[in-house]
Every structure is written in C-alpha cells, then in structure tokens.
Design a protein around this ligand. Sequence first.
Ligand code: SAH
Length: 258
Amino acid sequence: MSAPKDQHFLVDPRTVERILSLLDVSDHTVLEIGPGTGILTRGLLNHGAEVIAVELDHHLCTTLALRFGPEIDKGQLLLIESDATCCDLPPFEYVVANLPYSISSKITFRLLDIGFTEAVLMYQKEFAERMVARPGTAACGRLSIMAQTYADVEACFDISPRAFNPMPMVRSTVVRLIPHEPRFFITDRKFYSDVVRVLFSHRRKTVRNGLKSFGGSLDHRQLERILGALSADILSSRPEELQLEDFAVIANAGTEQG
Ligand code: SAH
C-alpha cells in the first residue's frame, strides 16, 4: 500500500501534554488513529492508557514495532497495520488522535457509528469550525448537523503549524466529542442523513424547494406528505436557519406511516 501524503508529525511535547490534559486516560483503552512516529502513543502509555494504534503506513509500523517492543510484549500496546476507515477494530473506550486530515469526515462518522465514551481529536481548523458551528448560523452545514445530532462537540484549542514536522499549511484545532443519543426522536436515521445532505446541497434554497430536488430516494407520495405536514415557517426557511429539531421533524414527516 502506498504511503499516505498527509503525514505531519507532532514534534512539540507541550502540545502532547495539553492534549492529554483534556481527559484522564489512565486504565482506559484508547484507540489512536495514525500514530505516525509515536509521540502521542508514548504520551498515552506514560499516562497509563492501554493503547490500540492503527497505522496505515508499513514503514512507520515497522519503526513503531521496534520503538514500542516492550509495551507490545506487555500487552499495553496493540499495533494494527491497517486502514482505520474500514478495518476491524477491537473494543475501545476513548479515542485520541492527530487525524490524517483527508479522512477526517469518514473516520469521525465511523467512530460515531461504532460508539465510544469520549474522543479528543485534532482536525484542520476549518473542519473543526464547521463541526462546532451552531444550528441557525451561517457557518452551519451538513457536518455540523450530523456531528451535533450524535455528539456534544467542543473546540478546545488551536495548534500552530510550528508544532509539526513537516509544517502543514493550515492551523489545527483539538476537538472534544462526547457521543449521545439524538436529543430528538428520529424514525429512520438513514433517511434523516439523506434529508440533511439534500437540504445542504441546496443551501440557498428554501426547505420547500430543496426537498423538491431530492431525486431518487424520495417518491412523489413521500414528498407530498412532507410538504403537507410541515409548517409554513419551516418550508420557507433555508437549511442554515433551522434548529437541530427541525431536521428531525422534516425527516420524520417523510417516514411516518399512513
Ligand atoms: N499522530 C502522529 C502522526 C499524525 S500524521 C503525530 O501526531 O505525530 C497522520 C498519520 O496517520 C500518519 O502516520 C499516516 O500514515 C496515518 N494515516 C493516514 N491515513 C490513515 C488511515 N486511513 N488509517 C490509519 N492511519 C492513517
């Protein structure tokens, strides 16, 4: 497998400590995605965590296996050479990672789907800003709604490019995620996700017009039912003006029997 391009290794020990001060990993099983050269891995082990580290790059895995031989032998570290977006994962409680930015979205939704207690993840700053943007604000988008439906998300602090080698072109932000069940009843989670995607792919359109361009997965009857069930207020809003609950109301209107 070819080496992924987005490799920016943390080289600032103070940043590692700042990340690890956000949660008490001692005696917990922590999944680390993309350990790279192992600076966070070492920090996690020093703080008493049991670590499952998934690294895609074969050369890095070889170096990690040498560097952490004793911890691997003692069962404190399980090193998995694989793609974290799709490989089998043993059970874990926490996730701590300086994520490869190209897989931020995919891995975040995979983790939310699998379930975990708490995660402290580093993202590109713009991605983190979209993730934490509040519903009803112009910055809010599909990522904000989907993340906040299934988790509390909080931007903790930014990290300067100087903390990495090689230096990335972008700033990074550390985000804390605490998963929860949706706060509003959702009849069909797949349909909810489709509704959020469609509405934000036409973000300048009102809900009424956005839904009309739904295409394949929404038949005429479903569309009529949704349009008939929703208030004029919701139908004339743009997606960025809606609250979290409104997306559930819209999706449920299309999936209720009758
Ligand atoms: N955590 C390290 C390295 C961060 S760079 C540090 O902070 O220094 C991102 C790392 O993720 C790289 O080591 C890269 O090889 C790895 N990576 C990229 N795509 C991956 C994937 N799909 N699954 C697992 N690891 C991946």
